[in-house]
Design a protein around this ligand. Structure first.
Ligand SMILES: [Zn+2]
Ligand SMILES: [Zn+2]
Length: 234
């Protein structure tokens, strides 16, 4: 009790709990809807492709040697010139697909990132736009520098609807934002941050206008059909 930093600590008034690593990964996964097309697909399925390619490479390295497997996968050597074309041919083909596919995706990513940053800065003026990436934490939205546009005291009011259970409120908030991310036609002119910014804007204003319970709470408790939906429409 006598340590001076105990006194200086400002956050012992009702602090929202720290986000666990598991919750962080869940939040990031739920925010992937801000991407579309190949960018979305690579983030959701890209790891399987890479793992498959790695397995194929390893199998080839064991049979025809690492050096040869490398030369085949980057198209230096023809698979037919190896000892086992049946194994080297899929490696050559998938090497070409992975390299061109990922190069294309990276090029597309760079282009969309540049225009996304420009668009979001134009929309938001001088506001802090660097933080606009994932679905925001409700506890973050309580502070000023989050870069999003939300109704006054939105985060606190949404937490109050959950009896200040910030974890539950955050879970439901993410589910709702995810739905907004996937709602409507994907617009290729919008980059991922602009999509996220708009989803947060729409979700927060719709929730703020709704009376009564959080729609996810109502759904979880098996509200009579039409209850939550009717609320959402009204
Ligand atoms: Zn989508
Ligand atoms: Zn809820």
């Amino acid at each position: 009790m006598t340590r001076p930093d105990d006194v200086a600590e400002p956050d012992d008034i009702d602090p929202p709990p720290r986000e666990s690593l598991r919750a962080l990964f869940r939040r990031r996964r739920r925010g992937l809807g801000r991407y579309h097309g190949i960018q979305y697909w690579l983030r959701v399925r890209g790891y399987y492709i890479l793992a498959g390619f790695a397995a194929l490479f390893l199998a080839n390295a064991l049979v025809i040697g690492g050096r040869e497997a490398y030369d085949v996968s980057v198209q230096i050597d023809s698979p037919w010139s190896t000892g086992v074309p049946a194994l080297a041919l899929p490696l050559s083909l998938s090497g070409w697909l992975v390299v061109t596919g990922f190069a294309g995706a990276v090029a597309g990513y760079v282009v969309s990132e540049v225009s996304d940053n420009r668009n979001i800065r134009r929309m938001r003026g001088g506001a802090d736009t660097r933080r606009i990436t994932h679905i925001p934490l409700l506890s973050r939205l309580q502070y000023r520098k989050h870069g999003f546009e939300i109704p006054q005291l939105f985060a606190l009011r949404f937490a109050l609807r959950h009896e200040l259970d910030w974890r539950l409120a955050q879970d439901h908030w993410e589910i709702i934002v995810e739905k907004f991310l996937h709602a409507g036609e994907p617009d290729r002119s919008k980059g991922p941050r602009q999509v996220m910014w708009e989803a947060v804007l729409e979700a927060s204003y719709v929730l703020d206008e709704m009376s009564g319970r959080c729609p996810e709470c109502a759904a979880a408790q098996g509200a009579p059909t039409g209850g939550a939906a009717a609320d959402a429409v009204r």
